[in-house]
Design a protein around this ligand. Structure first.
Ligand code: ASP
Length: 317
């Protein structure tokens, strides 16, 4: 294999929302950037030595799941019942195989279980207790309780949201709920040296969601999609709208059927969610290694690296 000579690339996100310089201390900003860089490095190492885009996206997402700053794995947001319910999906652009999980409560790395659903089950989407039983059968450790996921910041965000609700609605002046309190989903898309695309997304969902609610992240075509003929996409934002606008698949379809270049397709698909009332962003990479990272919020934690090995990490618009 001519490692290092062929084109490859990796794009990641750590959620979109109201992310402003004034809300982030320099120290917090450094922590976010370091987390994104670690995720890029994990995926890049795999792609550089000729590994698969599936392995690279899974590895990058795992790093972000383990990082408490992001709303996935450790650091997941809380439901209105004070629990954590995690969703994730992964898709292989070569075979169009996909694996997804929703409503997990005791799995440290949901993306690993999504991969397992794809590789070791005849199914695409598994949820809740059944998914955890499947995990156990395949040797994935089950956490005894939900303590692992706890972060004070996410807990406080839930309390703030509940108080706002009680006082006549979220967004009331007294309780400014920033998107950052609600969002922070993570995702990765990659092109490997064999020309294969993959997409992976993992999330705790949205703060104060009703128990049992499932967002766009584990919905194939909604928040996650990959197809070697077109591109790989991972979304973040108001999941309900991304599901209804089928944003990830729409991006691919606009390329396939309208012949749109990646960037136009991604922006058009994102606009469809916006027209319905949903904000957010997405990351995409196509079969030629072109990348797009559009968002219609004022920030998105994001980064990318290509075969030349230059890491770029950005937060604000
Ligand atoms: N899209 C995620 C969801 O609705 C949340 C997010 O991206 O912040 O579950």
């Amino acid at each position: 294999m001519q490692t290092g000579q062929k084109k490859f690339g990796l794009v990641i996100h750590g959620g979109a929302g109201t992310i402003e310089r004034s809300n982030l201390t320099p120290e917090r900003e450094r922590e976010y950037r370091a987390g994104l860089e670690r995720a890029l490095a994990a995926g890049y190492e795999i792609l550089k030595r000729g590994g698969s885009s599936l392995d690279a996206t899974e590895a990058a997402v795992r790093v972000l799941e383990d990082d408490p700053h992001f709303n996935a794995g450790k650091g997941a947001v809380f439901t209105n019942a004070g629990t954590n319910e995690l969703d994730a999906a992964i898709m292989d652009g070569k075979t169009l195989k996909a694996g997804a999980v929703a409503n997990l409560r005791h799995i440290q790395n949901p993306i690993g279980l999504a991969r397992m659903v794809m590789d070791k089950s005849p199914h695409v989407l598994m949820t809740g207790d059944g998914a955890e039983t499947f995990a156990k059968e395949n040797g994935v450790p089950i956490l005894p309780d939900q303590k692992y996921f706890f972060t004070q910041e996410r807990w406080d965000a839930l309390q703030k949201m509940k108080a706002a609700e009680k006082n006549g609605g979220v967004g009331e002046k007294k309780f400014i709920i920033s998107d950052q309190d609600r969002h922070g989903t993570v995702g990765a898309v990659a092109l490997d040296q064999n020309g294969n695309l993959a997409a992976a997304t993992s999330t705790g969902g949205t703060t104060n969601k009703k128990a049992g609610r499932v967002g766009d992240s584990p919905i194939i075509g909604g928040g996650t999609y990959a197809n070697n003929q077109t591109c790989a996409i991972s979304c973040t934002g108001d999941g309900e709208y991304f599901i209804r606008a089928v944003v990830a698949h729409e991006t691919s379809a606009l390329m396939e059927h309208r012949g749109m270049p990646l960037r136009d397709a991604a922006e058009t698909a994102l606009d469809r969610a916006k027209q319905l009332g949903g904000s957010g962003g997405l990351i995409a990479i196509d079969k030629n290694g072109e990348m797009a990272l559009p968002f219609n919020t004022n920030g998105m934690y994001r980064g990318y690296v290509d075969s030349r090995g230059k890491f770029v990490v950005e937060i604000y618009r």
